[in-house]
Design a protein around this ligand. Structure first.
Ligand code: CP
Length: 331
């Protein structure tokens, strides 16, 4: 059995030994086995979510989950909310724009306030790299990283791995091209970590100005030529141009960027004939990806990624709260 196919539960260490972490702050903390453990757990929730009327399991009943989002989000915020509710938890959303953060309250004071309310898990998105770890070090409950600055977005990488595994039947031994604004992307960083750990060849395809330094230390090859970078790829993962994180001139213009790095049908022909196209969203249509590809269900996995996001977040909330729920073997 490979590390990419679903394992029987008996293949994993028993109880809490299968996943020893109190928080989910990043992929960097995980082993390939722990990634597989989460993906396998998520498979159960994919089936439940597809089962129509019976979309409910009350295992988190009585728990309070706080989603504290200091940055905008559609997919991650809503999918964590749906995930918590589908498992029976009470879910409360804190939007920073309407909170006392606007009155100057510090991140630590906000975290201590949430802690005093006795949350059972806190999900955090923040613009600063490291903010989630800072909060995890201060509170008594599990903390899940919903994206911190340019650092990590672990549940995005997990849902991407699950999407690849379901579409291509495995998530190892593949050639995966991650294309676009890698410099500002926590999605890219978490995906590079996860996909290399699982045994794939990962390439970064980006203009030199949007390629992070020292990529070779992360075991990825870098390309500035899109056609070369896409050659024979099994997976083409496009990234959003993150204009909100650019404080200088990284690109001449969006039009020129599209000419050199936009994913067009002609350019996609460089990849394998059955290559899939991914994008974490939100997309800049006509900039990094053409609509004809984004909306082609035979190639694009974009809506499937959103669906897998709910299942992966259900798995993460379940696994990370097992200790306080007193699940046998999870001390
Ligand atoms: N992919 C992603 O993180 O999307 P949101 O910003 O909408 O949560």
């Amino acid at each position: 059995m490979t590390s990419s196919t679903i394992r029987p539960a008996s293949d994993y260490p028993p109880g809490g030994d299968a996943f020893r972490h109190r928080h989910l702050t990043g992929i960097a903390q995980l082993t390939p086995w722990e990634i597989s453990y989460i993906l396998d757990a998520a498979e159960e929730w994919v089936e439940l979510n597809r089962s129509g009327a019976a979309k409910h399991d009350d295992r988190l009943a009585g728990l309070t989950i706080i989603n504290a989002f200091f940055e905008n989000s559609t997919r991650t915020l809503l999918s964590f909310e749906i995930a918590g509710k589908r498992l029976g938890a009470d879910v409360v959303n804190m939007h920073a724009a309407q909170s006392s953060v606007k009155k100057g309250e510090t991140l630590i004071d906000t975290a201590m306030t949430l802690n005093a309310m006795r949350a059972d898990a806190i999900v955090i998105r923040h613009a600063s790299s490291g903010a989630v770890q800072l909060i995890a070090d201060k509170v008594d409950c599990p903390v899940l990283n919903a994206g911190d600055g340019r650092h990590e977005h672990p549940t995005q990488a997990l849902l991407d791995a699950l999407t690849i595994r379901r579409r291509l039947g495995r998530v190892e031994g593949l050639t995966i091209a991650i294309c676009g604004d890698v410099l500002h992307s926590r999605v890219a960083r978490s995906n590079i970590l996860a996909l290399t750990l699982l045994g794939n060849e990962v390439r970064v395809v980006a203009p030199a100005t949007l390629t992070p330094p020292a990529m070779e230390r992360m075991h990825v090859a870098t390309f500035t030529d899109m056609d070369e970078g896409l050659k024979d790829a099994d997976v083409v993962m496009m990234l959003r141009l993150q204009n909100e994180r650019m404080d200088g001139a990284y690109l001449p213009s969006a039009r020129e960027y599209h000419t050199l790095y936009g994913l067009t049908p002609q350019r996609l022909e460089k990849a394998k004939p059955d290559a899939i196209v991914m994008h974490p969203g939100p997309m800049n249509r006509g900039v990094e990806i053409d609509s004809s590809i984004a909306d082609d269900p035979a190639r694009s996995t974009i809506t499937e990624q959103v669906e897998m996001g709910v299942a992966v977040r259900m798995a993460c909330l379940d696994i990370l709260t097992r200790r306080q729920r007193g699940v046998p073997g999870w001390n």
